[in-house]
Design a protein. Structure first.
Length: 231
């Protein structure tokens, strides 16, 4: 839940973050409803998706050597680090042979992994992160530590709430693959072009936060996966 201002980490108690905290502080009831929904929906989905996820796990193991899950360290609310649950879609040593972000035609992506990414099925295990409280269904996508360390002061406002499985930035900003595919330095382009563009949506979502709005974001996410273009 939203912490009191004086209980925030020092790096978040800044003039840039304060307006966003005040907005959320007035909506604590909706934030409680958000958490109740997250726990209830994630618990149900963990049962419903158990069989499909088992099938996916078998497909991953048969397709390439390595673990079923990819447990990369990410950052969530208040700068807390956690290891995200995702189905592995790349070769086992991907972290050692490339950037922390993935371009569209990344050669590290496996055959099965490409299909999972296209349908966003690689993110199904994140229902476990939602139950644990490190993630929510809707919220700023969790970044790796090195990118969070590059945040401008205002971007830290996105850490007032748990990271999300989906967000308006995820479904509305579609130029990421194009920019990264053409980049000579992927990390530099991500930090200086992609991240600021996505943060426009992330910060706007906090300024206009409504629980009903998050439900609509989830619906738009499903429609986007089915092919609807929101860019």
């Amino acid at each position: 839940m939203l912490r009191k201002w004086e209980e925030l980490p020092a790096f978040m108690r800044t003039p840039e973050v304060r307006p966003y905290w005040e907005i959320l502080n007035k909506k604590r009831g909706q934030l409680i409803l958000k958490r109740v929904f997250d726990i209830s929906a994630a618990s149900i989905l963990s049962v419903v998706l158990a069989l499909p996820m088992t099938v996916i796990a078998v497909m991953i193991k048969r397709d390439s050597p390595g673990p079923v899950f990819y447990r990369q360290e990410r950052v969530t609310s208040y700068g807390k680090r956690f290891r995200i649950h995702k189905f592995r879609t790349m070769v086992a040593n991907a972290d050692q042979v490339g950037s922390a972000v993935t371009v569209g035609a990344d050669p590290r992506i496996t055959r099965v992994g490409a299909k999972l990414r296209h349908l966003r099925l690689d993110e199904l295990p994140q229902v476990l992160d939602v139950i644990q409280g490190t993630m929510s269904f809707v919220g700023t996508r969790p970044e790796v530590t090195k990118y969070v360390e590059c945040y401008k002061p205002e971007y830290n406002a996105t850490l007032l709430m748990p990271a999300g499985i989906t967000s308006e930035a995820s479904i509305r900003y579609t130029d990421e693959d194009k920019l990264l595919s053409a980049a000579a330095n992927v990390d530099d382009v991500y930090v200086n072009q992609v991240l600021p563009a996505k943060m426009i949506w992330n910060l706007e979502s906090i300024r206009n936060y409504r629980f009903l709005g998050e439900l609509l974001t989830m619906i738009r996410t499903v429609l986007a996966v089915l092919g609807k273009n929101y860019s």
